[in-house]
Design a protein around this ligand. Sequence first.
Ligand SMILES: Cc1cc2nc3c(=O)[nH]c(=O)nc-3n(C[C@H](O)[C@H](O)[C@H](O)COP(=O)(O)OP(=O)(O)OC[C@H]3O[C@@H](n4cnc5c(N)ncnc54)[C@H](O)[C@@H]3O)c2cc1C
Length: 406
Amino acid sequence: MSKPRLVVVGNGMAGMRTVEELLALAPDLYDITVFGAEPHGNYNRILLSPVLAGEKEVDDIMLHRRAWYEQHGITLFAGEPVVAIDRPRRLVRAQSGREVRYDRLLLATGSQPFIVPVPGHTLDGVIAFRDLQDVETMLAAARQHRHAVVIGGGLLGLEAANGLLRRGMDVTVVHLGKTLMDRQLDQPAAALLQRTLEHRGLRILLGATTTEIVGKDRVEGVRFADGSAIAADLVVMTAGVRPNVALAQSAGLHCERAIVVDDTLQTFDPRIYAVGECVQHRRATFGLVAPIWEQARVCAAHLAGAGHRRYVQQATATRLKVSGVDLFSAGDIVGGEDSEDLVLRDPRRGIYKRLVLQQNRLVGAVLYGDVQDGPWYFDLIQQRTPVGALRQRLLFGKAQCDAIAA
Ligand SMILES: Cc1cc2nc3c(=O)[nH]c(=O)nc-3n(C[C@H](O)[C@H](O)[C@H](O)COP(=O)(O)OP(=O)(O)OC[C@H]3O[C@@H](n4cnc5c(N)ncnc54)[C@H](O)[C@@H]3O)c2cc1C
């Protein structure tokens, strides 16, 4: 008897993690076909930053090469984006015209970068930072040109800026907000980060609104709301992402900001599941891999027919992948009326720590300069451990707190 067919749309981190989890649970259950818009196997997107900075090679970041798909009997169509889903006939159609039928469909189409639609945004030399192609474009620009402007001072923007600086470019980060990484850092930590990055040679413009990208065929400069302008041979936009929902929407699947899924990662069509940055679960969308790994585990269990797991959202933690910069942020760093902060500052050693407590539990942490205890704080946040007895020593880390317990 032929096996049921599973078709995966999106050969990225979420889709392939789900397939890996599924193979571990039920290696022979499905006949699997994967469609990927990018023309290669699956790679670790997170490590594009170290590739750009010259700390890793493209080869080091490959997670699944073509041989892996062959070994597992998976048919891979790389470089063949899917353009339509015919739900009544249960088949997908790729841009190439290829059609493949499914019994179960997994959508893992990720996100696309938001390109700020200012005049000039389509000029040559204006790019995003999302895939290998973008890194190759940046590396080529760094060989031929001098001035780079990165629009967006979040995690991705700073990693792009650091990489381009390491490749010898003269780099300016342009950020709309008043402080860098404003979603993850509070003001004191952001100020320390800014000082370190400026010391390394980055130019940082805060509170700057880009109104135009100037140039004839290729970008030549960036103009701001106050009328000032700076030279640019390369503009990298890192101003957020938008979930890729067009395919799901055109197939009539229920989407809001992203493809709406339930606690089992099922869409409104029971034959179709979705995971990763393209999904919306209870109003939340996702931009980090930790929650996506958990989605993959739950979704794979249901695809394997062992579906008792439910996806539960957890706090997330972030680090900036700029070597020599130690920064950690987890959970709710804003707090509310009933929260209190514990703060440690040691300006000479460049250390700042802020812990946010609520009802005797740790709910958020920002660490700069000394991040050794980051994973421990993160664990306390996730486990909702009562920390009243540790309060006096909490800022000094796990070793000090263990000493009380001993
Ligand atoms: C430079 C960079 C650094 C990052 N650093 C971190 C980090 O330090 N920590 C962290 O947790 N996260 C980080 N992230 C985020 C992380 O990479 C993403 O959360 C993760 O890759 C999302 O996985 P995904 O499978 O949903 O999307 P993706 O990995 O983007 O995969 C989606 C794939 O689907 C393909 N696709 C889209 N539409 C179609 C279609 N119609 N047909 C076929 N294929 C299609 C896309 O081409 C893509 O290959 C980083 C991201 C970037 C870009």
